[in-house]
Write a protein that binds this ligand. Sequence first.
Ligand SMILES: Cc1cc2nc3c(=O)[nH]c(=O)nc-3n(C[C@H](O)[C@H](O)[C@H](O)COP(=O)(O)OP(=O)(O)OC[C@H]3O[C@@H](n4cnc5c(N)ncnc54)[C@H](O)[C@@H]3O)c2cc1C
Length: 507
Amino acid sequence: MNRDSTTISPWQENIPGFSPDSFAKEDFIYDVIIVGGGITGLTSALLLQKAGKKCLLIEAKNIGFGTTTGTTAHLNTMMDTSYDQIISDFGEESARMVHKITNQAIQLIETHVKEYNIECDFQYKKGYLYAEDDDQAKELDKIYEGSRKVGVDIGYSNEIPLPVPFTKAISFGEQAQFQPAKYIIGIANEFEKLGGIILHNCRVLNRIDGDKVTVETQKGNYKCIDLVYATHLPPGVNLLHFENTPYRSYVITAKLKDGNYPDALVYDMQDPYHYYRTYTEGNEKFLILGGEDHKTGHEENTDKFFRNLEAYLQKYYQVESIVHRWSSQYYEPADGLPYIGHTPGLTNHVYVATGFSGNGMTWGTASSLILFDLLTKGKSEYEPLFKPSRINVKASISEVVKENIDVVGHFVGDWLSVKKIPTLLDIATNDAKVVKYEGKIAAIYKDSQSQIHAVNPACTHLKCSVLWNSSEKSWDCPCHGSRFSFDGEVLVGPARKDLEAINLGVQ
Ligand SMILES: Cc1cc2nc3c(=O)[nH]c(=O)nc-3n(C[C@H](O)[C@H](O)[C@H](O)COP(=O)(O)OP(=O)(O)OC[C@H]3O[C@@H](n4cnc5c(N)ncnc54)[C@H](O)[C@@H]3O)c2cc1C
């Protein structure tokens, strides 16, 4: 299964992918068009089609092309934004609602797995969070208290399933894990069986709002009553781009000499934190370790983050071999909760689900439950809490200001700092740089055959200058996280257009 990366996750490996069995009609008015074939889009599409809506799911590449196959697929009710934080920023009742909907999301995945016999290794697991010093232990106490208040099945623990020294730990129930690619293929099959239509290799380029919503794509124009952007971040230019910060996270899998694989989901409290789980392929077990997160487009030498993870693992484990190394992208919402519902500034018929932090397996599924209610009943009890147009003064203003100052800094600073090179020999083989060469500013990649690929570095979203990502061999935008292949093709939005090719007059 293809992904928006050159690194390979175990989920996509050896999975033939999904071949849609249907074609879409331009002269038909669909009840709902869903854009994006990740867990959010596919689960929403299945629920809506099952309720009798005629749905079309449009995917730029193939289902699972986005972060859904770059994830580590922990299914959590203990989210990145802890319950004590949610209580402080949104109130206790809101925190209870988060606990309720995240539980429902995991139960929905379990129901699908059982109902459709999806072999995706779904299993409930215990979770552990541990502190390594006094400050973290104080923080852990707050997390414990907040979680207990909203009803999480939680307690202090004298042990953790890792050979890492710790000062204090909590353990909690309700968590789960699965194989995400196998799960979404199962969902896609059921959606098609119910008459739902999936279009692959069909990027949505534009939208015209009117009596009906018209969606302009690479394959033609399609009409619908309601539109759902399940694209992780909506394409085009929207207020939500200023409230979601794109991050990359790095993951490795390893075979261990002593076979001491944790039978749980485990997290430390460092910043950025490390996250662990085990997965099984055939009869073999593998340890998954993730971490080293940073803002997208802020680091060029990204290979070092894999080396850091490997060194960290070697510190505690007898590692037999490192099997996979991959990275992927997520979006941090300004006030800590996702944005689910009507897209701000657009007609009431355009919906969105974004801002999932590192919990989008659960939040994407929760979104489908909320969107289902909004689209079939016109209301959801969760609408006010997750409303995309909300402004949470307490939790988000300083974050929005800080992130957007950073965006402006990149918009101006990166262009001013471009260096002139007299000759292309200044770029090493297998390396890339944004430079001024022969009077042109160009993002130049010299491949392993010393062939030059040159593109205009101005991101086609809002014109920030892209930065090379060495491990993914992609051009990444530091402002809103659009990513492009080495020769400029859009991999990840919000950009919808490729980077313009530049002819430097060289072979
Ligand atoms: C390394 C890493 C580990 C993670 N681990 C976990 C975890 O353990 N648990 C967890 O809950 N979450 C985790 N997450 C987060 C989670 O994986 C994501 O939030 C989730 O996969 C998002 O799913 P999605 O369907 O919303 O988006 P995606 O899976 O990104 O799907 C969006 C789709 O939309 C398509 N698309 C985009 N633009 C267009 C367009 N214009 N036209 C047509 N199609 C378009 C894309 O091609 C893509 O296929 C992790 C994230 C990372 C980066």
